[in-house]
Design a protein. Structure first.
Lengths: 160, 160
């Protein structure tokens, strides 16, 4: 599996990954009716680097990396990850996370923060903790889960 | 003191309040070299309502109110407050905070969150706690304070 920067021509494959995650609306705080252009503009935004994981010419996952805050908070990175539905359970999110931590160090970030990890997303939370993240905050009922209703969101953090 | 929506014509007075806070760079994670247009575009952004506190025709403080997240997080408000340097210690931040909590309720928000309160900003923290906010997270060393160096930032939260 190759992890490389996203490039022109990847848009359709990226949207095929983003769309089901956004429509499900149970893990990301993005508008559930977000359109393709709006979603790609967000995921490929000028304030971030976007990477894709590719195997046999197919894009199986993606992440973005950016500064979490400007000014006095610009040394802390933020990242978001998504895996193609048909490629789950193959360690892609883990490979993307490891890659993002290396890339963040390379860019001089000294920590990484996830601002809003939905507490019901237990597989992801276990995975981030295996990659060294710790829970540093819990936002009570900050997420309205489409089936579970008001749900806590966690703030995860690790130094690099 | 009147608290009203910011309006065309308030820009110079707003910049006079924003500039020293941004330049000091010890409380907000905004670029310390941010220019006037960029700062006003941020503070008066289309995603937020901006209010000013006025007394004897002078603007003494300002705040913005917005949804902290889109999608499943859009029921939680976020706000930012600034007081004119010459008007500090007169209860203006407290009046703005009370007004913002009322306005957030009126708009249907059910909670409010401050994402990044620099731990050395103890006066503000005491004030937000008097207004019902609790510390729900602590981001270790997430802020590079211009004189104190790496400093924790707090996440404050309250239901409405």
């Amino acid at each position: 599996m190759l992890i490389r920067r996203a490039a022109p021509g990847d848009e359709a494959a990226l949207w095929a990954i983003l769309a089901p995650v956004i429509r499900a609306g149970d893990t990301y705080v993005l508008p559930r009716d977000m359109g393709e252009i709006e979603a790609l503009t967000y995921w490929l935004g000028q304030d971030r680097e976007t990477f894709v994981a590719e195997a046999d010419g197919r894009i199986l996952g993606t992440y973005y990396l950016r500064a979490n805050q400007p000014g006095g908070g610009a040394h802390v990175a933020n990242a978001g990850y998504m895996t193609a539905p048909e490629a789950r359970g193959r360690g892609i999110a883990s490979a993307l996370c490891a890659h993002s931590l290396d890339r963040a160090r390379e860019r001089g970030f000294t920590a990484m923060q996830f601002n809003f990890v939905v507490a019901t997303n237990t597989g992801a939370i276990r995975l981030w903790k295996r990659h060294g993240f710790e829970e540093v905050g819990r936002l009570p009922g900050a997420f309205i889960h489409p089936t579970e209703g008001p749900t806590d969101a966690l703030v995860l953090f690790r130094t690099l």
